[in-house]
Write a protein that binds this ligand. Sequence first.
Ligand SMILES: [Zn+2]
Length: 226
Amino acid sequence: MRVSGVDIVIQKSERKTVSIFIERDGTVSARVPEKLSDDEIRDIIKAKEYQIFKNLAEWTQLNENAVKREYVNGQSFLYLGRNYRLKLVDEKLEGIQFKRNTFLLSKTDKNKAKELFVTFYKDKLNSKIHPIIERYKNQLGVEPNQIKVMELQNRWASCTPNGNVNFHWKCAMAPIDVLHYIIVHELVHLIHNNHTQAFWNEVDKVLPNYQEQVNWLKINGVGMSL
Ligand SMILES: [Zn+2]
């Protein structure tokens, strides 16, 4: 639906209010109650026009933080919230190696650098998240089913109705405190499958300064890319 010159993706669902948000890729989406007509939806969105433009302007500004990375000597890559440089080496290595604060990659593997970085982040995240989950799941009294590190569309983590919890491999780029927040956020969803006040209260009980991590993701999330 096009409103005030902006294309808006309408998602109808069982809900009472309309919420409009900007996706990570800049798409504007509106979640609307199923029973509203197109005209009603258009009127509500039109009334929120100012907010939409404001959010779009913010999105554009945040995206100036997006980095286009190339797999060349000296290029920096994020790992646990810090940037480290890539060094291309002559010797044959097993995938990406991280040694003395430097990423090492064989020159002969340059053409598959991206996929090797993904493997690196997946492996590292897999080894980081389990002890953290172990710690918070007891505190929260939840029992996740399967835990997976994978490629997720527009989110850092997700959970399914049967208690499986998935994490985007990009979470390995976030500082450890942010990773704690992402994990707690998802585990709390096993208690409250929504973002109600009760949900945030529960997050707050475990991580009283979680807002700092939310802000970090808002500002740096777009830079968490390959
Ligand atoms: Zn959530």
